[in-house]
Every structure is written in C-alpha cells, then in structure tokens.
Design a protein around this ligand. Structure first.
Ligand code: ATP
Length: 239
C-alpha cells in the first residue's frame, strides 16, 4: 500500500482553534486511485480537504510525490498537480459556462494546452458544451457540479480533491458524475480524494474507503471489502 508517489498524510492534526478537529490522521492516495472519505456530519471530512490544500494550520506531514506540501500557495498547488473543488461548487453564477472555464486558465502558463484541456472538458461533459453561453445561475445543480469539476480539470490535475459532489443532486445525476470520475481515473490516471455523505455512490467507484469518526480514521480498507462488511456498515455507515 505504501508508495513514494501520490499523497501521503502522516500524523496530521488540524482545526480552527484550540481543540483540533482532525486528530492524528494517516492516509494515502496512490496515483490513479479513488479514495472515498465518508463519515457523519461534522466528522472532519471538509476539514481534511482544507488541511491538504493548506487553508488551515496543520501539524504532521502532508507530502505529494515525495515533497512536503505544507506552506504551498494555491497557485503552486495547482502547478504541482492538485485541484480542490470545494463543497458548494464555487461556480460564479453571474458568469457564463465559457467564462467560468476560462477562470481555470489563470494559473496555466501553457495557454494553448489550457485551450485544449477546455475542449476536452466540453467533450467529457456534453451538457456544458450545449450551454456554453448560459450563465451559471441558469444551470441545473448537476451542470454546476460538472462546471466546477471541469474548471478544475483545465489545470490538468493529477489529484482532485472533491467535496460532496452529490450534494443536492438527483440519484441519476449523481450516478452520471460518479461515472465520469471513474472514466477520468481510467483514461487519464487521475487520483481522486472524494469526500461524500453518499456512501453507496462513493463506494461504487472508490478503490479505497476511509471512514472518519470524530476526527480520526476509524476504518481504512478496500472499498468493496467495506461495502460488503455488514458489521462495519451498520457501525459506521448506517445501512
Ligand atoms: P459535513 O458533512 O457536515 O460538511 P464534515 O465531516 O465535512 O461535515 P467539517 O465541516 O470538517 O465536517 O467540520 C468538522 C468540525 O469542525 C465540526 O465540528 C465543525 O463545526 C467544525 N468547523 C468546521 N468549519 C469550521 C470553521 N470555519 N470554524 C470553526 N469550526 C469549524
């Protein structure tokens, strides 16, 4: 399970004040795999993504491709191949689909490749191609989620940090988004750290499943093993 590449988190604690939310977290995302992080409300899932992208103070080690990640500025994070799609999606609703995608060009030096990446996003997410000139507020929830992920993909990340992409979406749309993530992993070797409340959807595409409970890693196991373990499912996942 151990490898020098990918994301390695060792003994990480983090929070917003005196009392840490995350306590002594160990976790790994191997290149080209999907790791689903699940857990109850307030377990610390969003906080974990914030810690990785350097938005909050942390102790412990977070490394990416063998180099320390802490203290990295957002633009450098993107250049190093990590993109974070926060909960709530971050689409600018006054701007069109095209303008939102162009925001993804900001950190790219190679503008030609950014344009190629944008064309690939339109191929991958067909609804976006049909709605290029629509404003963000005219899009459905699923289309907004696609746009948020698409904008991150313009940077050609090797690791996507994704916070609750299924939030507020119909099951069919959630399934579509999950299928696209799986496709990206298979076609481009993208690694995904997927935070989800929707355990079934997340585990349907994940290689590894992590259950966070009160800020600690309660379980870290292959997703199919977790989904098939009745005792674990009852104890931590509620189904
Ligand atoms: P949810 O599914 O509800 O988003 P979560 O597992 O993502 O839950 P976090 O959002 O990481 O959980 O929150 C973990 C804890 O940190 C909670 O107790 C929450 O109240 C607290 N918390 C989150 N954001 C902040 C903040 N900006 N300032 C202070 N405390 C916060």
């Amino acid at each position: 399970m151990s490898s020098a590449g990918g994301l390695q988190i060792r003994g990480v604690s983090a929070g917003y004040g005196a009392a840490p939310v995350l306590k002594d977290i160990d976790l790994e995302v191997v290149p080209g795999t999907i790791v689903a992080v699940v857990g109850a409300n307030g377990a610390g899932k969003t906080t974990l993504l914030r810690a990785i992208s350097g938005m909050i103070e942390t102790t412990g080690t977070i490394s990416w491709d063998g180099a320390d990640l802490r203290g990295t500025r957002v633009e450098d994070l993107v250049r190093r191949g990590i993109a974070h799609v926060p909960e709530g999606r971050g689409v600018i609703t006054e701007l069109t689909v095209e303008e939102n995608l162009r925001l993804g060009h900001v950190w790219r030096k190679d503008k030609d490749d950014a344009r190629r990446a944008t064309a690939e996003v339109y191929q991958l997410f067909e609804p976006l191609a049909r709605r290029r000139t629509s404003a963000g507020h005219q899009l459905s929830g699923g289309e907004r989620q696609m746009l948020a992920i698409g904008r991150a993909l313009v940077a050609r990340p090797r690791l996507l940090l994704l916070d609750e992409p299924s939030l507020g979406l119909a099951p069919r749309v959630t399934a579509e988004i999950m299928a696209l993530l799986k496709h990206l992993r298979e076609e481009t070797g993208l690694a995904v750290l997927l935070v989800e409340q929707n355990v079934r959807s997340a585990f349907s595409i994940a290689d590894q499943g992590v259950v966070l409970n009160l800020g600690t890693v309660a379980v870290n196991a292959p997703a199919d093993q977790l989904a098939g373990d009745d005792e674990l499912r009852h104890a931590y996942l509620g189904f």
